[in-house]
Design a protein around this ligand. Structure first.
Ligand code: GAL
Length: 693
């Protein structure tokens, strides 16, 4: 082709796709290792304002803006009439400021004309009321018409912007979470159950429907229940919801993927601990995981928040993005207290330490009206920076500086914690003791293990476990056959599996196992749970209600829950025993362990306090050959190792309220100040990025 015809083709293409700036260098050519971003809503502001906003963003080293995710009525003001001009211009304007774009599909906010004309697209709430226009997430995740309309708008966006050199990634919808409980969902659920169980006889047997005359004689009799109901039905509904959200996302992925280059990713923003669906299922078709990290009220809890980061990293077992976080404070809590000066920056480095490659602030500037007027922002309603802006700008400069050291690195752990949605749901439906919160139980193990190992992976119970020296399953109440054989294999291959209280009581249908807990793992353990007891809270307990526990890890009590264990094999050792309490527990095993060749399995039946669990974590590490990634640091200082591409980098953040001194095992390069250091002092919220030689 001659250069002239080349030019004509270029001009023609450029005219056809005005947003495709062919001469512009792609943001994808030189992506920064760490991205700082902001949620920007150009549709809420006159175009004449955009340059001022983008200039301020660029000055803060903001390298991407996420746009579009709530803008359906601006893209398609009336049915079949599209206005892409503003979006073309916004993407191009951002590019001029070296700000890349993450494009959100707008399916969380269908326009009024849409739901008015197609009321079948509106979802039903669980109380039978129909959602209305005026809030968001009113669309049904299963309505065929809604799927068709979502697919159409996503495809139009993908065709127009899929190859725009400034669009680096796609976010599907926004925080998918509101199910539909209407007739369409119910029929689909019945079909899903039929696919899974094949015959009503099988379903009736596996759900034990002879109980309370629940037996079904026709698939159409099966109801939707989500809080109190047959445990097999409850679990099936959640699994159906998970599959339906996956299909909901897939509906858009299928039209976006063919229209984007292979280095452009598709994600959706999830919500950390939120358990409305199984995130391992929903993540299967995504290229990257992302979550919205909000503290809400109070201050950052590094353990619980760190768990949520590691959980998100575990969905696809690779680095992820923090797609939203609070610039200081939110608006949706009862008390929307602000993070301290310095805490926003510390929180961002905490995220990077856990494997995030981007942190985005929600939002850049408040809409002048709308439900979230009082939320934290980076610029005020007058369009000038708020007091937090310089801190975020400093962070942006630091991202740029530390990017080369962190490029190609990710956290690598010797220890995994197993997190399982089936189990969290099953425990929550039948807590047995209201204080038994699966989230608290997970963190009770995560916190001391992180302190000891300084890096933890959080993965599903069917993940490949061979690389871990230690695998801890705090509350794996539901153990499917697949997970059971995965865990048995792990122990047989030389791993150390630790089960926490309530493990493997249930099978994959949420039925009680026909063997005492830990069900299929009891033979391997050479021991079992004889009985479980809910424990009275300290303020209501009589003397003797709270069992003392003593042994290898020290002396404490068992709160919330206590399992009376027994051993059936001569080589199963007792690590901890109960003291005198309810009579049954007196003198009985509270924690047992058995060595099997190079492997080991341990069961902990008591819910012990933090200090004793820290001793337990030290014992687990020592016996499994797990070592701290960096070495000892003062309390309150967190260490986050990232390695890869021939580099080993440690991020340190001081969450203690006083300055702390750290002595390093060897001299390291301090990336932010360019010095060689062997000791360092960190103020409260102080951060150091250290590259090992
Ligand atoms: C998120 C949501 C954002 C915004 C933010 C406020 O959950 O995705 O759109 O509402 O909360 O904190």
């Amino acid at each position: 082709m001659s250069s002239r015809s080349n030019k004509i083709l270029t001009l023609t293409l450029a005219a056809l796709l005005p947003s495709l700036a062919l001469s512009q260098k792609s943001q994808l050519d030189t992506p920064p290792a760490l991205y700082l971003g902001a949620a920007w809503y150009p549709e809420q502001w006159p175009e004449s304002r955009w340059d001022a906003d983008l200039t301020l963003m660029e000055q803060a080293h903001i390298r991407f803006a996420r746009i579009g995710e709530f803008a359906w009525s601006s893209m398609e003001p009336t049915e079949g009439t599209y206005d892409w001009t503003w979006l073309d211009h916004a993407i191009a304007a951002a590019a001029k400021h070296h700000i890349a774009i993450v494009l959100g599909t707008p399916s969380a906010t269908p326009p009024a004309w849409l739901t008015q004309k197609y009321p079948e697209t509106l979802r039903y709430e669980s109380d039978g009321k129909r959602a209305e226009h005026g809030d968001r997430q009113q669309g049904s995740f299963i309505s065929p018409k809604y799927r068709e309309l979502c697919r159409d708008i996503a495809e139009r966006m993908a065709k127009r912007y899929g190859h725009n050199p400034n669009v680096i990634g796609w976010q599907l919808d926004n925080e998918i979470s509101s199910e539909d409980y209407g007739p369409v969902a119910r029929t689909a659920f019945q079909g899903w159950v039929k696919d899974r169980y094949k015959t009503l006889d099988a379903l009736n047997a596996r759900w034990t429907t002879s109980y309370w005359s629940e037996a079904y004689t026709d698939w159409s009799q099966i109801p939707i229940q989500e809080k109190y109901g047959n445990p097999g039905l409850l679990l099936s509904w959640k699994r159906f919801v998970s599959d339906t959200w996956r299909a909901y996302d897939r509906n858009q992925i299928d039209v976006i993927r063919p229209n984007i280059p292979s280095n452009v990713w598709i994600t959706t923003n999830t919500m950390g601990w939120f358990d409305g669906y199984d995130h391992y299922t929903v993540s299967k078709d995504l290229d990257m995981s992302a979550w919205d990290d909000y503290v809400g009220r109070g201050h950052l809890n590094p353990a619980s928040n760190g768990f949520a980061h590691d959980l998100t990293r575990g969905f696809l077992r690779k680095n992820f993005w923090v797609m939203e976080t609070q610039p200081g404070f939110v608006n949706w809590q009862s008390d929307n207290t602000a993070l301290d000066k310095g805490e926003v920056r510390a929180m961002a480095w905490h995220a990077i330490g856990h494997g995030a490659d981007a942190v985005e602030y929600w939002q850049w500037r408040s809409a002048l009206n709308g439900q979230e007027e009082l939320h934290g922002t980076l610029v005020g309603s007058d369009g000038t920076p708020v007091p937090l802006y310089p801190e975020v700008a400093q962070l942006g400069a630091e991202f740029a500086k530390a990017g080369p050291a962190l490029a190609g690195t990710s956290p690598h752990s010797e220890v995994a914690i197993l997190q399982d949605y089936d189990s969290r749901w099953a425990i929550n439906w039948q807590r047995h003791n209201q204080a038994f919160d699966p989230q608290t139980q997970l963190v009770s193990y995560y916190k001391p293990l992180r302190e000891v190992a300084q890096s933890i992976d959080v993965v599903s119970d069917t993940a490949l476990l061979a690389s871990y020296k230690l695998v801890v399953a705090p509350g794996l109440a539901v153990l499917t056959d697949e997970a059971a054989s995965n865990l048995m294999q792990y122990v047989k291959n030389g791993g150390h599996l630790v089960l926490g209280q309530r493990s493997a009581m249930k099978d994959g249908d949420n039925s009680l196992q026909t063997k005492r807990a830990p069900g299929p793992l009891a033979d391997l353990l050479g021991g079992r749970v004889e009985q479980w007891y809910a424990i009275q809270s300290a303020d209501q307990a009589r003397p003797g209600d709270i069992p003392p526990v003593t042994g290898t890890w020290g002396t404490t009590t068992s709160k919330i829950w206590a399992e009376q264990l027994s051993t059936s094999s001569s080589d199963t050792e007792v690590l901890m025993r109960y003291g005198k309490s309810n009579g049954y527990l007196d003198g009985q095993p509270a924690a047992i362990t058995r060595k099997l060749g190079k492997g080991r399995i341990t069961y902990i039946g008591a819910w012990m306090d933090d200090a004793t669990l820290l001793n337990a974590a030290r014992w687990m590490a020592q016996i499994s050959g797990v070592t701290a990634a960096l070495g000892p640091v003062p309390e309150g200082v967190e260490v986050y190792p990232r390695e890869g591409a021939g580099k080993k980098v440690f991020i340190l953040v001081n969450f203690a309220t006083t300055p702390q001194s750290v002595t390093l095992p060897s001299a390291m390069q301090s990336i932010l100040d360019g010095k060689q250091v062997t000791t360092l002092s960190l103020d409260q919220y102080g951060v150091a990025i250290l590259q090992a030689k």
